[in-house]
Design a protein around this ligand. Structure first.
Ligand SMILES: Cc1cc2nc3c(=O)[nH]c(=O)nc-3n(C[C@H](O)[C@H](O)[C@H](O)COP(=O)(O)O)c2cc1C
Length: 204
């Protein structure tokens, strides 16, 4: 056993570990679509995002916050992406309508964008990693403020028609959205992880 395990865990570490362990991905059914989200709380989440590590200080994160009626614009783009991606024989009007209404399931949707200039000094994966860390910062702060959140990805929400809406052009990328809202009554999303020993080798 490592020596650290035998020492008392400092309060700050304990608090941080608790937030990291307890943050959960909330499926849309576990979010209250009508409970308001304070924009100042979103600002705190974005403040945390700003402090993600980033190689070369590229600060590659780009966010657009959709609240209120603006979520309908987003829904129209999701619906359009569904139409463009679906072959005629598979097209279902209900599925298009689902995409149109999808953003209304949570009060706030934040687009997770990665800016690349095309003349970048460092590889794309490093900026991708940095934006992913920024997204995690958003979700961790959301948890500390009593909100549920979820990172939503996939070919519809990352489609170029959606990317256009958030003002990103290639080689910049849209990496999906994080939605945020108050937990629905009784919501208790669960997740498991395997023991870290199964993924680590210690060499000495
Ligand atoms: C980059 C990324 C994209 C994700 N996209 C989706 C998604 O499209 N749909 C989904 O149900 N969950 C998505 N998730 C959430 C994972 O399903 C979730 O993190 C996993 O189930 C573990 O649950 P936890 O976050 O509560 O620990 C995504 C997570 C990450 C990091």
């Amino acid at each position: 056993m490592m020596q650290q395990d035998t020492l008392a865990i400092p309060t700050l570490t304990e608090s941080l570990l608790q937030v990291i362990r307890e943050r959960r991905t909330f499926p849309p059914k576990d979010i209250d679509p009508n409970a308001p989200v304070n924009p100042e709380d979103i600002r705190l989440m974005l403040e945390a995002a700003r402090w993600a590590p980033n190689h070369g200080l590229t600060e590659p994160w780009r966010f657009t916050v959709f609240m209120g009626e603006s979520r309908k614009l987003l829904g129209e783009r999701f619906a359009e992406a569904y139409r463009l991606l679906t072959p005629p024989e598979k097209y279902e009007p209900e599925a298009e309508e689902f995409q149109r209404r999808r953003p209304l399931a949570a009060p706030v949707w934040i687009s997770i964008g990665m800016y690349r200039s095309g003349q970048d000094r460092y590889p794309e994966w490093e900026d991708l990693a940095s934006v992913a860390i920024a997204a995690q910062h958003i979700m961790l702060v959301a948890h500390t403020l009593g909100y549920g959140s979820k990172w939503v990805s996939g070919e519809i929400v990352e489609h170029e028609r959606v990317r256009d809406l958030v003002g990103l052009e290639p080689p910049s990328k849209l990496l999906g959205f994080v939605f945020v809202g108050r937990p629905a009554p009784g919501a208790q999303p669960k997740a498991t992880r395997s023991p870290i020993e199964s993924k680590v080798r210690w060499l000495s």
